[in-house]
Ligand binder design. Sequence first.
Ligand SMILES: *Cc1c(COP(=O)(O)O)cnc(C)c1O
Length: 305
Amino acid sequence: MIDILPDLKNITVDPWNHAHFQKNELKVEVLRLDKIHPDISGNKWFKLKYFIESARKANKQKLISFGGAYSNHLLALAAASGIYGFSSLGYVRGEKPRQLSNMLRAAAEFGMELRFLSRPDYDRKKKSAAEHPESENQPDSLLIPEGGAGLDGIKGAEEILSALSLTHYSHICCAVGTGTTLTGIINNARDDQKIIGVSVLKGTRGFEPLNILLVKKPERLKNVQMIHTDHFGGYAKKNKLLIDFMNQIFDESGIPTDFVYTSKLFYSISRMASENAFSNGSRVLILHSGGLRGNHSLVPGQLQF
Ligand SMILES: *Cc1c(COP(=O)(O)O)cnc(C)c1O
């Protein structure tokens, strides 16, 4: 078993003291997975772990995956490939822009080959890779689903809760993209722990997280609450309220958040607390899943950190 988590010791659990938490005596703490690595952000480290292990076992040389221009997953894959000696290829959604995003530039610096596909081509490729991985998979390469989703991704995400002793929390909260991280959390939570998933995508009400069929104990789903109303207009959408809130979180706790995922998660927990959604004395753990590199695409000076 390879140890691809050399920096788990960097993880801390930091308090967030926020006005809305006082009236119900909530104790809210943040699991700083963002501290694992600057580019292999938080949850991506866990989600990639078993894909990398499978690739090593099968003697693959190359890791291939999919993502948008601001994909934390592609950047994490590029960095991990560099560290673990694989070459990497990223299929990027959309035509090649005149100027690469900070994220894609960094991925390219780690040695990732980028291939830009029009949206229909991207969707076709992604679909065929999901349905017929063997035809897309060259003998020397491993195809990883978009976002590190799928069984290997979930297996890694399950280790987020076992890596540290987190059993004394009444609530565990995470941001939801593909739902891979959420599913791993559900699989490894205690039977009586409540789990809150905050969707950062618009229009997800109804489908619930993509990976939910892979939950091992379906009866746990009664402990899960999905929030679909705090996406601020959709994926990577933001407004002044959100940016101001990110600065406020930093003032209150010293914790930097990203504008795509974690700030919306923190916002949702604050809003729920203000509406007395947590019973008195709850102990709430927020997963900081990283993504801070994405803040480079904001206008400089908007954030205090
Ligand atoms: C990718 C990502 C997520 C979403 O994780 P899923 O497992 O796809 O739901 C959450 N937070 C950050 C910072 C991410 O980069």
